[in-house]
Design a protein around this ligand. Sequence first.
Ligand code: GLN
Length: 263
Amino acid sequence: MARMEATARPLRIGHLYPDLMNIYGDLGNVIALRNRAAWRNIPVEVVELGEGSWDAREVDIFFIGGGQDLDQSRMYLDLLGKRSQLVSAVTSGAAILAVCGGYQLLGHAYSDAHGKVLEGIGLIDGTTTAGEGRWIGNVVVEAGEALGLGPVPLAGFENHGGNTWLGSGVAPLGRVLVGGGNNGVDGTEGAVQGNVIGTYLHGSFLPRNPRVADWLLAAGLRHRDKAWIGPLADLDDTVELAAQRSAVAIAMAEKGRKAVARA
Ligand code: GLN
């Protein structure tokens, strides 16, 4: 039986640094989360959490997108100032999806192409260093065990010079079938640490990977309700899964793609 929506406050999605960290359609992730809640008659609202003060306590799902090195260097100190708030939110069960530049800053540190070290907030046990090459193109990942989705394909688009190396306290989001993923060497893509997901996949990621969107929504609802009051209602994902299939087919044509030399 589908869950019944109690008269709770709206499910709250916090869009971190929407002005600076938002490239390659990353905003589509927020739209997908909002719509997939609304289609199920779950009251939902999106709050923008930019530079300056805000209160993370009643945010259920955070999203941070990608950005160029310059944008990251402009906002990372502000993000560091929010570290304790975000750690408390995650400890209390809130979820986070972080894409590319945002993913890098959720790790311990990002050493950029100029050798500048941007300290991250450490919610993901990983470290990123700019490499000699740049990964640009379509990606297919086979989901790993961390999300419990089974070995489903995930599709997206990557464009990054940073290579991320995961520590022992985190699981990869999946295994790269096409593309560079975390670093082009160890075959991993992304990271899952508790309710925090990091990935290099832009494009947007959630509209064509709806199972991941629903995983985040379920985590967010558990955080809001302090309980789990039933499974999400099924949605007709015919269009989303067709988009995923065609993204996978397009990416498969790039199998064996290598990094390009850094400009
Ligand atoms: N600036 C980072 C890199 O090139 C992130 C880029 C992005 O978010 N697409 O690694």
